[in-house]
Design a protein. Structure first.
Length: 158
């Protein structure tokens, strides 16, 4: 049984693609204005703890594209997902839809995070100290909400 993408999921996928395209355009437009040394790494406090060549700014968009592609492929193979409930014929479609939402939301959050880091790299600024806590709360909040929702949906559709 093939689980079709919902309109909402398609919209989220378009947002993800726009984030990637925006990041690539931003890096290409900004590249000539970059200093020779840009932040190459940030610590947990958002402080710059390594400087690198300006060409390193391309690493983040490349990693983003690769992760986006990998996660997108995974979204097409529900059998590979680790789902916390027993899948039945009655709950299969609803549970897979919920888990696919989690996958897409996580992908967009990741792309947003990478775009944000790229922006700060391009302007050679430290990240705000709140970046890591906000990112972690967002990611784990999304995962927690989705797991609880998946379990609820799975129980309702037994």
């Amino acid at each position: 049984m093939e689980i079709k993408f919902t309109r909402f999921q398609k919209t989220l996928e378009i947002i993800g693609l726009l984030l990637i395209i925006g990041m690539i355009i931003f890096v290409c437009v900004r590249y000539s204005q970059l200093p020779e040394q840009i932040p190459g790494h940030y610590n947990a406090k958002g402080e710059i703890n390594r400087w690198g060549n300006k060409s390193e700014i391309f690493i983040v968009p490349i990693v983003s594209i690769l992760l986006y592609a990998f996660i997108t492929v995974i979204a097409f193979f529900p059998g590979a997902w680790n789902i916390p409930i027993k899948i039945t014929d009655k709950n299969k479609e609803a549970v897979y839809c919920c888990v696919r939402n989690l996958i897409i939301f996580t992908k967009i959050e990741m792309l947003g995070m990478f775009f944000y880091i790229t922006f700060f790299m391009a302007y050679s600024k430290p990240l705000p100290a709140t970046f890591l806590p906000v990112m972690l709360v967002t990611l784990f909040g999304t995962i927690t909400f989705s797991v609880i929702r998946t379990i609820q949906i799975g129980k309702l559709k037994k």
